[in-house]
Ligand binder design. Structure first.
Ligand code: MN3
Length: 203
């Protein structure tokens, strides 16, 4: 099954002032599209053609030895989710059941936000910070390098992820990655989407 670039689920100019139309045009139309185009070339030459995207990500990671196919497939998956993890007028209240779980496992919403921002800020170089439901059924804040994600690591379910590659924030925030991750958590996250993934993963 060939990879396909999904449309953004909102207008390019609808996430301002926290993420500009220019950032979304480059990030979605150029960067994400390149993962799709390059991934399809590599998929065509691989024996994973016909597998689901999740299966391609897991199989091509190969214990960390994954090459071009893994990098492009994982970044394709990461970005499909990333667009849906944001919405216009995002942030705000976290749906009750998820908020209770955050309070129980992570010491409260403020502590979660601090940990998530810290993970994004301390990811050296390109990568992602995550809120995952781990294999023990506990919430956990993690970070990964480059395109590595919880599917590759078999680390549980990704409930939320923030792209901390420079292409995600440099137009709007220059070198101020902490300000970007804070704006993501406070003003961009689509918590209904996060709660939906949590509900599916925990039921
Ligand atoms: Mn990106």
């Amino acid at each position: 099954m060939a990879f396909e670039l999904p449309d953004l689920p909102y207008a390019y100019d609808s996430l301002g002032p926290y993420m500009s139309a220019e950032t979304l045009e480059f990030h979605h139309d150029k960067h994400h599209n390149a993962y799709v185009v390059n991934g399809n070339k590599l998929l065509e030459e691989s024996d994973l053609k016909g597998k689901s995207l999740e299966e391609v990500v897991a199989a091509s990671y190969n214990g960390g030895a994954g090459g071009g196919l893994f990098n492009n497939a994982s970044q394709h998956w990461n970005h499909i989710e990333f667009w849906q993890w944001m919405k216009p007028n995002g942030g705000g209240a976290i749906p009750g059941e998820l908020e209770a779980k955050i309070n129980e496992d992570l010491g409260g919403v403020d502590a979660f936000k601090q940990a998530f921002i810290q993970a994004g800020v301390t990811q050296f170089g390109s990568g992602w910070c995550w809120l995952i439901l781990n294999n023990d059924g506990k919430l956990e804040v993690t970070k990964t390098a480059n395109g590595v994600n919880p599917i590759a690591l078999g680390a549980g379910t990704a409930l939320l992820g923030c792209d901390v590659w420079e292409h995600s924030y440099y137009i709007d925030y220059r070198n101020r990655r902490p300000d970007y991750v804070e704006a993501f958590v406070e003003n961009l996250v689509n918590w209904e989407r996060v709660a939906e993934i949590y509900g599916n993963a925990s039921s």
